[in-house]
Design a protein around this ligand. Structure first.
Ligand code: CP
Ligand code: NVA
Length: 331
């Protein structure tokens, strides 16, 4: 049956079938080729979108803005300081108002329930630009990047997520791998494994049973053997900065190094990271923490800049995949 995603919200990959995810990836491949060929788009001509950001962003905001503008849509950006949402106007009322103005709404913030409620009340598609427990547009970009750099179908690819295995990226990966029949290992300290949301794992494993995927959590270095993709993220996500001392203590052995890449036993392993990344001390955050005695680098600079690293292709793919989500749901 033909895939039709018109009018659908994009809140989590768990809401989509593998065929629907395949459709969005194929569309992203096509839109990327079209942009590379210099073909100007009109697919979103006459549409308007609004971007709501309660957390900061570089890639996601720019991907929505450029993706929309490339295809002719108008864009409004609102951060939490410049709208009434939640302070002087309820979420429900805000969603109803924005739904009258706009054809699609992007939301980045804390609670997944906010993005769900926006979708419930807006009457137009709502796109999840990251919450505390999910980051589905990032996974689409990561899957596109894997298809470009790993010479295997997705259902034969092994992804190892290293580090803070209880964060939004780890959970988003569990869902993505489950849906696409992939092999997934969350490799991190036992202390953090105990904090992984059991419901997230159970839901991912239930899907995995249908698709042939595997979802594992391990503290054993042996579990990274045969990885096609080594993936990491910052150790303290937005809003968790007070946890840095504890995370550095737990996660320093899980910093992605050349030795860790070698331990995969795969010379062709690729390194991916959603970014932003601490791979040196060229940021105020890494420098300030270093002065306090904390080395917050989740990956070494030599890995980040190695031939294995595809992080900037991955960052570019945020734009092509987010454009595909918008085209699929509102064009
Ligand atoms: N990967 C990602 O979501 O980046 P931003 O926080 O810059 O949007
Ligand atoms: N886990 C990170 C992802 C950033 C894209 C965070 O939430 O800050």
């Amino acid at each position: 049956m033909a895939v039709n995603l018109k009018g659908r919200s994009f809140l989590t990959l768990m809401d989509f079938t593998p065929e629907e995810i395949r459709y969005m990836l194929d569309l992203a491949h096509d839109l990327k080729a079209k942009k590379r060929a210099g073909i100007k788009g009109e697919l979103l001509r006459g549409k308007n979108i609004v971007l709501l950001f309660e957390k900061t962003s570089t890639r996601t905001r720019c991907a929505f803005e450029v993706g929309a503008m490339d295809e002719g849509a108008g864009v409004t950006f609102l951060d939490s300081k410049s709208s009434q949402m939640g302070k002087k106007e309820s979420l429900e009322d805000t969603a109803k108002v924005l739904g009258r103005f706009y054809d699609g709404i992007e939301y980045r913030g804390y609670d997944q329930k906010v993005v769900e409620d926006l979708a419930k009340y807006a009457g137009v598609p709502v796109w999840n630009g990251l919450t505390d427990v999910d980051h589905p547009t990032q996974i689409l970009a990561d899957l596109l990047t894997i298809e470009e750099h790993v010479a295997k179908p997705l259902n034969r690819v092994k992804v190892v997520f290293v580090g803070d295995i209880r964060n939004n990226m780890a959970y988003a990966w569990m869902y993505g791998c489950a849906k696409m029949g992939m092999s997934f290992v969350a490799y991190g300290p036992a202390e953090l494994a105990d904090q992984v949301d059991a419901d997230v794992v159970a839901r991912a494993r239930a899907v995995a049973e249908e698709t042939g995927a595997s979802i594992e959590i391990s503290s054993d270095i042996e579990s990274i053997k045969g990885a096609d993709v080594l993936y990491t993220d910052i150790w303290a996500s937005m809003g968790e900065e007070d946890q840095i001392p504890d995370r550095v203590r737990m996660l320093t052995p899980f910093r992605v190094t050349k030795e860790m890449l070698e331990a995969t036993g795969n010379d062709d392993v690729i390194f991916l990271h959603c970014l932003p990344s601490f791979h040196d001390f060229e940021t105020t955050m890494a420098q300030t923490q270093k002065e306090l005695g904390y080395d917050i680098r989740e990956v070494t600079d030599d890995v980040f800049k190695s031939k294995h690293s595809k992080v900037f292709d991955e960052a570019e793919n945020r734009m092509h995949t987010i454009k595909a989500v918008m085209v699929a749901t509102i064009a």
